[in-house]
Design a protein around this ligand. Structure first.
Ligand SMILES: [Zn+2]
Length: 185
């Protein structure tokens, strides 16, 4: 599949940029661990994509395990590091609701995609791709009519169920980003 005509990039956060913490949440920057070459990947992607956003479920806030302020402080830290590395995230969207609240914004529901369209009116889902490490991310992308790329960091690559939703599989965000690397870099 050729992704080169895509202009808009939707990224999941945990498991794509930073290491997921099993059965827990990344509550502070002290717990933030960049995945290998994720920052390099973002600097490559920043050259190609016109809009880059993060859409991330963070129901740990809804559970009272950390606050929105904690989440925003953590976000400031990782955005600064991305910026210092030559990368760019244009906006970060979080759903902090509990799953049982059945809000419109918790992935795989599509609310955060439409929030992005409000903020970036040029955004067009047919020229967009969702990159994530869960089926929920792939479903979110497909419901909107985006392309999808599945990141499998654990080498359980491309199981049949995942292939149902994913247009392509990569073992890291960096492997995905290499598709867009130009000679000038
Ligand atoms: Zn929500």
């Amino acid at each position: 599949m050729d992704f080169h005509n895509l202009k808009y990039l939707f990224l999941d956060r945990d498991g794509v940029l930073n290491r997921r913490i099993p059965d827990d949440y990344v509550r502070s920057f002290a717990q933030w661990e960049w995945l290998p070459k994720a920052k390099e990947a973002l600097s490559i992607l920043a050259v190609h994509f016109e809009v880059i956003v993060i859409t991330s479920n963070q129901q740990g806030v809804g559970k009272g395990l950390f606050t929105t302020e904690d989440l925003l402080l953590l976000t400031d830290f990782f955005l600064l590091e991305i910026h210092e590395y030559g990368g760019r995230i244009d906006k970060v969207y979080y759903c902090t609701h509990l799953k049982k609240e059945e809000c419109a914004c918790r992935k795989p529901r599509t609310g955060m995609a439409f929030m992005a369209v409000r903020d970036f009116p040029q955004l067009d889902f047919s020229s967009s791709i969702m990159v994530g490490d869960t089926i929920s991310d792939m479903e979110f992308g497909k419901k909107c009519g985006m392309k999808t790329a599945y990141i499998a960091t654990e080498k359980t690559l491309c199981l049949e169920e995942k292939e149902k939703w994913a247009d392509a599989c990569f073992d890291s965000l960096y492997a995905f980003a290499l598709l867009f690397q130009t000679n000038s870099l």
